[in-house]
Design a protein around this ligand. Structure first.
Ligand SMILES: Nc1nc2c(ncn2[C@@H]2O[C@H](COP(=O)(O)OP(=O)(O)OP(=O)(O)O)[C@@H](O)[C@H]2O)c(=O)[nH]1
Length: 320
């Protein structure tokens, strides 16, 4: 939506987000340490690692343990969900990643595959393995890749897309909108016939120490942490803050607001009214108990966050 910036006023939006006393420590579920240990144990069989991350946060929230523990093979970073990301600064993102030592990067869209990005993976990985001269298992002619990443970034979707593209076969890996769908560790799945290529699917593993609360909020906004651990109210507020900071005002039109606004309570109230999400609450008044209709703020927050994750509020780049 086009909104005249002069009409907004420079002081209309917050310039920083108040995180309060929030702690990120409890966002790391214990079973993830176990997953990482199992991945490390399987490394011997692996020729190349495909790390998947969300294209909306190319620098934030990648698990440093992947580099420390698993980075002994050729490594391809796949920035998935590019259909939801503002990639207008793609080249400066790639340059920055290269400065950080990440040389092999591919942007993908596993759902619609409009630009054939998934097709590029097998040739690229084959080249990377050949350049690394496959220092182990020279006699074995098949390739084994390991797909890693934080939860909900599209690991299973990528595996299914590779199978569709290269084998014309259907789903082998379960996909879900919530983090933590893949629980079985290291299932071996064929993704290509020539060359013969297998993939090990892995469960999403968050960094045990998220570097700061802002990184944690970006991970939460992208759906990599279960919403209830963070709180949908604060995710919705951080979303509003981010959309305004990026001047992405699609929410104004979608929810028929009068204009951009930085007050989450007001925005949620408008969303609840527009969607007819109200709840009856009892109120004690001078004339006794009465039931009144109130906007359902939780339902509105849920809708706001879901709309963002489906791309209905515009493409964003949360890093940089
Ligand atoms: N818009 C968009 N959505 C995607 C893309 N790839 C995956 N998704 C969606 O993201 C959600 C998570 O996908 P999964 O493939 O289950 O992710 P995962 O990394 O295997 O998840 P875990 O099992 O939790 O680790 C699902 O709702 C997918 O439909 C993409 O390229 N674009």
């Amino acid at each position: 939506m086009r909104v005249s910036l002069s009409s907004l006023g420079a002081a209309a939006f917050r310039t920083a987000f108040g995180f309060g006393q929030r702690e990120v420590a409890h966002w790391f579920p214990g079973h993830m340490a176990k997953g990482l240990k199992q991945m490390r144990a399987s490394l011997r069989k692996v020729d190349c690692i495909i790390e998947i991350h969300d294209a909306r946060i190319p620098f934030s929230g990648r698990n440093p343990l992947f580099q420390e523990n698993l980075d002994v093979r050729p490594h391809l970073l796949v920035l998935n969900k590019m259909d939801l990301a503002d990639t207008s600064k793609k080249w400066s993102i790639l340059k920055q990643l290269e400065r950080d030592g990440v040389k092999n990067v591919l942007f993908t869209d596993c759902l619609k595959q409009r630009d054939d990005s998934v097709k590029k993976i097998v040739p690229l990985v084959t080249e990377l393995i050949h350049n690394a001269s496959r220092f182990h298992r020279e006699e074995d002619r098949s390739y084994c890749l390991m797909v890693i990443g934080v939860p909900n970034v599209g690991k299973s979707s990528l595996i299914n897309a590779l199978r569709r593209t290269n084998l014309k076969k259907g789903k082998a890996s379960r996909v879900g909108g919530e983090p933590g769908i893949t629980k079985a560790v290291l299932t071996k799945i064929q993704v290509c016939e020539r060359p013969l290529m297998y993939l090990l699917d892995t469960p999403g593993v968050l960094p045990p120490k998220i570097e700061n609360i802002e990184t944690g909020m970006k991970l939460a906004l992208c759906g990599t942490i279960l919403d209830h651990l963070v709180g949908e109210d604060i995710i919705a507020d951080y979303l509003l803050f981010s959309l305004n900071r990026l001047q992405r005002f699609g929410y104004v039109e979608k929810y028929e607001l009068e204009g951009p606004c930085d007050d989450i309570q007001h925005v949620l109230k408008c969303i609840a009214v527009k969607l007819g999400k109200t709840q009856r609450v009892k109120a004690i008044t001078g004339i006794g108990d009465v039931t009144i209709k109130m906007p359902n703020y939780s339902a509105a927050a849920y809708d706001f966050i879901r709309a963002f994750r489906k791309g209905e509020l515009g493409k964003v780049m949360l890093d940089g």
